[in-house]
Ligand binder design. Structure first.
Ligand SMILES: [Zn+2]
Length: 118
């Protein structure tokens, strides 16, 4: 099992118990990929969309810069498969502005679908 590391500044207080399942599955998958630590880069912090599950404690982001885009996508798909339909996992690639500055680093987003979307 890869160990869980929380990036300084990431707020994991108030995460819902369902996220524990995400942590456990991610730990296994990361370990299988030869990565020793699962790093949480964001949970109940940062700026997220209006429909985000982050503020409610149902979503976490994981560092993925140890992988290229293609590998990170495959890891996200594998984590999704392990967690099943009640969860949603996706790879979110780096977003840069016109000057090439990174606005948001690449990460793997995982959430428990606490409510169904209308
Ligand atoms: Zn996220």
């Amino acid at each position: 099992m890869a160990k869980l590391v929380v990036k300084p500044g990431a707020n994991i207080w108030g995460l819902k118990i369902q996220v524990r399942q995400i942590f456990k599955a991610a730990s296994k998958v990361w370990d299988e990929m030869g990565v020793k630590a699962v790093t949480v880069t964001s949970a109940r912090d940062g700026v997220h969309g209006i429909d985000s599950f982050h503020p409610f404690g149902y979503a976490v982001d994981f560092r993925s810069w140890q992988w290229d885009d293609e590998t990170a996508k495959q890891v996200a798909a594998l984590l999704q498969k392990r967690l099943g339909d009640q969860f949603m996992v996706r790879y979110e690639p780096t977003i840069k502005n016109a000057k090439g500055e990174i606005l948001r680093g690449a990460h793997i987003h995982a959430q428990y679908n606490a409510v169904s979307e209308e």
